[in-house]
Design a protein around this ligand. Structure first.
Ligand code: F6P
Length: 347
């Protein structure tokens, strides 16, 4: 009888993003050469808790080759709107049920492709169960501390740049100010990276603590242009001097009055998440999948793949990554300023 290889489970959790399928395809292709079988778990933790668990073997030829270029997650995912256990006992009972499923499936460990929220949950689960967990960081927001790259970021940036370039044509025709909200639940990484690459006129992100007088004065120097495009990070909750409530609308009113031009707003929204992965993203997905398998092979018990500013793969413990500070790319801030992009920056 041939001896079975040790099995690793893999799940995608949290908001989906471009590159998840590329990482899954890469894990399926590379696992045998690392001496592993992969069991893909559908729907995140829900797939483990299903009776029987909702899983399928991920072999080198399981997925069509075209999957590497598809956005979303073929496994499905669960996000913040999924009900959470309300008490500690309920959370522990859930973890116990997941442990039973892991043992029933004979998993030697689980690869979690997730963001900071998923890693917090994974860390608690690991502490409770001792089940080895390897994380691959993903989120279009790009805001997992401890890593310079999260899967999805490049493709979402590319999608925004595509959209912002289309907007320039119509905004120019009407000499308008165009305010564009870009995703990023709490941080401005994606807004900054997208705005810089699209060479917009202003970028408003929470990390800059923008001053509106300064921001308007900076935009005023660009009044000779046909249009003014301003990217606003979703995570920017309020601006000093502006009434609270619907920030995009109040900002549009304010800029319209101050700059004496019509303003329009739009939200890039979920297009950023559904975008196809760029070539760079696919390569990152393959590298991160390779790094995750290497960590498993090396016997890591709780580790997350990280990428440094030079693109080199590394790793960090789960408990370190969930507390690591998050900051936008300082080079991007310097470059945006050097490009004359209004930031309203006071510090
Ligand atoms: O974290 C990724 C993200 O797309 C954020 O940018 C956004 O605020 C959030 O997820 C939206 O989540 P949901 O899919 O729950 O609406």
């Amino acid at each position: 009888m041939t001896k079975r290889l040790p099995i690793l489970g893999v799940m995608t959790t949290g908001g989906d993003c471009p590159g998840l399928n590329a990482a899954l395809a890469a894990l399926g292709k590379m696992a045998p050469s690392f001496g592993y079988e992969i069991l893909a778990i559908r729907g995140g933790a829900a797939g483990l808790l299903a009776v029987p668990p909702d899983v399928f073997p991920l072999m080198p030829d399981t997925l069509p080759d075209t999957v590497i270029g598809q956005g979303g997650s073929i496994l499905g995912s669960i996000n913040a709107d999924t009900p959470k256990p309300e008490t500690e006992e309920a959370a522990l009972a859930l973890q116990d049920a997941m442990n039973r499923a892991v043992h029933q499936l004979g998993l030697a460990g689980v690869i979690v492709i997730g963001g900071d929220g998923s890693f917090r949950i994974a860390h608690a689960w690991h502490q409770h169960s001792g089940i080895p967990i390897i994380g691959i960081p993903k989120t279009i927001d790009g805001d997992v501390g401890g890593t310079h790259y999260t899967l999805g970021f490049d493709s979402a940036t590319a999608e925004n740049v595509r959209g912002l370039s289309l907007l320039r044509a119509t905004a120019d025709s009407h000499h308008r100010i165009m305010l564009v909200e870009v995703m990023g639940r709490a941080h401005g990484h994606l807004a900054l990276s997208s705005g810089l690459a699209a060479m917009v006129d202003g970028i408003l992100i929470p990390e800059c603590h923008p001053d509106m007088d300064m921001f308007c004065a900076q935009l005023d120097t660009k009044q000779h242009q046909k249009s003014l495009i301003v990217v606003v990070a979703e995570g920017l909750q309020s601006l000093p001097g502006l009434p609270g409530g619907r920030l995009m609308e109040t900002l549009a009113d304010h800029l319209q009055t101050r700059l004496n031009r019509p303003a329009r707003t739009m939200v890039m929204g979920y297009l950023q998440r559904g975008a196809p992965p760029t070539a760079f993203e696919r390569q990152r997905a393959i590298q991160m999948a390779h790094a995750a398998l290497s960590l498993a092979k090396a016997g890591a018990k709780q580790a997350v793949v990280t990428v440094d500013q030079h693109g080199n793969m590394g790793h960090m413990n789960l408990n370190t990554i969930i507390t690591a500070p998050v900051s936008v790319n300082p080079d991007h801030l310097i470059l945006a300023q050097a490009m004359g992009i209004a930031l309203g920056r006071t510090r």
